[in-house]
Design a protein around this ligand. Sequence first.
Ligand SMILES: Nc1ncnc2c1ncn2[C@@H]1O[C@H](COP(=O)(O)OP(=O)(O)OP(=O)(O)O)[C@@H](O)[C@H]1O
Length: 735
Amino acid sequence: MKKEWKTSLQRGEVIGAGAASGSGIWGVIALLGEGGYAEVYEVRDLSTADSPRYALKIDSLKVKQEPRLATVRAETEKLKRLQSCDGVPRLVEGGVGKHHGRSYVVMELFSEDNLAVFQQKAMLSIAAIRSIGLQTLKLLQSLHTSGWLHRDVKPANFVRTRDSDPAAGGEWRILDFGLARQYISKDGLIVDAREGYNEFRGSTNYASIKAHQKEELGRRDDLWSWFYMLVELLQGKLLWRESRQPGRRASGSDDEQKKTAHRMKLRALSDPNTLFASGRCPEPLVKMSQHLAALQFKESPDYAKLQGWLAQLTSADATRLLQPPPGVLRPQNGVAVGRSAPKPPRLPPQAPAQQWPHPSVGLQQHAAPGGVFAHGQHGVWPGGAVPNGGAWHGAQPQALTAHHLLNGWAPPGHHLGQQESLDGSFWAAHSSLQTPRMSNSTEEYVGQGSQQSSQIPQAVPSHLSAVPENWDQQLGQLGSEFGEEFDQPHEPSMPHVARQQQQLKRSAEIFDDLHADIAGPLAKRPRPSPAPSRVPAAAAPHLLEEDASPLLHPPLPSSAAPAASAARPAQQISPKAVSFAPDVSSIIPALDPANVVALHHPPAPSAALDAIGRQKRRRHLPDRPVPPSPPLDLAAQGSPAARQDQAEGDGMASYGPAFLQSAISAFDEGQVSVNAKILKKLVPSMDPAEAYVGLGWAGWCLIHNTTPETRLQAKQMLNHLGDFFKSLARTGKGA
Ligand SMILES: Nc1ncnc2c1ncn2[C@@H]1O[C@H](COP(=O)(O)OP(=O)(O)OP(=O)(O)O)[C@@H](O)[C@H]1O
């Protein structure tokens, strides 16, 4: 299908002065494509009867305004030198012509299908994918053998020949040498990476990790882009493109898109399964990824091996890609939620109390802020995955999970699974509100983590050797999924919250498993003496045991709090004072998307929420009416159509943005006490999702060293929320 005619040249327009100037006379027939700085037209030579058709590439009008952007001239120079290379378009005129100050070049014409268009037209068979993969790989190999790198490998830069059979996968050629660069010097040596090089080259979705890191690119980077293309051919999409679905506005800036793509590519480096919504990467692609990851800058890729792996792709792989493996929660909006592990036997209820962690756990060295805790990619943790999924750590200088593990926060008598379930909810709510900062810090963290990992002593706590190998992978995967979900720059919305809650439930399960796994081995160890409370008495003079009582404790009226504190002067806080987890654990089952869904038609932000956040909403969110969300059929979520609906609803059916925005600022430490008041006011009109955010907020205040007053408010908030969730679980309605 020809593109809509909207660019600078018109049908029938004549370009070139003809034989007198040594050029053809080119009559414009159709627009074929347009890139960043050029337009490509189908033309024919008007000076010849029955002229074949050609492609004419001309600088776009933008270039005329900003001549430094001119690319056609430079590209033609490169194309001239590449004429002996396989699959490169043949130049029809030796040189560059000028048309009203814009450079153009005429070349061999291919079909109107570039690979980006082609793969959208029909579901490709695995045989077609193998054929396209092989051809494009060979084109790159040929280019590399000629001493050139392409540096912008992407589907739009491969184009099918006109006479090839699309049903058989077509014959493919390579285009667009604007960024191509010679990597072999005149004396036949591979050129060193330029010192101080710091440029991004390529296209966000297909750029290699090194490209994202603005490093000099080599052959391996062209092949990483090829690899991502292959993933896209197999799956129909790249997961980091999620937020740019057809018909939806792009929800992030280019920078944000780059960051998301970079982060997800880094994650896929240690776990290629994450490239696929099904959570399973075909084995041949795992091998490709490992091969590419192992290549040094100057090293030649093993094209033959890559071809061999490509040939191993079978239709069974393709079928599996569409099916989550047993135990993987159904992907939501294309994102696999996590792999469930076989459940270890639960501890009997009367299991002896444990202190966590055992004092012998030597993990303090990992507690330094900035990401050194998790670097499992290099095998520091059993199972070899990042235990907090990167995202956990990225959320705060001290990861919440790390915080528990490292600081022995949970008092004796406390069950880790419950505590960690709570922790998961804090983290989830917290990170969902931290979107922009979260992506930054996660990215920094991942980079830093992998850089520093080699310098960090191997410190696997001894008791963890008794823990199944994959527990940290599970946490890692979960953390990453959370990270991925919440790093997406979209507005909070119903489906978003439902997913969030489903993941939270999953986290509770994993943490419970973890608890059972760890508590068992620990039970066999000598019972340590009780750990001191994490909150020293001097730092928490106003905290009373009652103030921190379990969730069902009746809330203090807000005005009563200071009075209560005054009546009972400073008192050592007992371990029980922070032991609210059992109650929170009991509300975790109530955090069920079905409950939220049932209560949430239509989403109706309360007037109070609206008023408080109006100003902020104006600043942060588009000022538009909130449409009622259609009933969400959870049972149908697995179907592609339902997922699409859900995806498109995402960002549309947003509710309570004012609340969420005000909660976002609650996480700025300076403002916590102000926002505590706001949150408390809102409790009566809360819906479950908002309550959930409040839960996260309160937990965050308790875990971090906020002021004693704020912690008190947070505990009151937990009381309210406890009632709320209990009522939700009992009646299907919030309090
Ligand atoms: N010789 C050709 N035959 C047929 N179609 C072509 C030809 N050259 C380019 N096209 C079409 O035009 C599109 C844009 O071409 P090209 O990638 O060379 O432009 P660009 O401005 O350099 O793009 P970008 O900014 O994306 O790098 C291609 O994706 C392809 O669909």
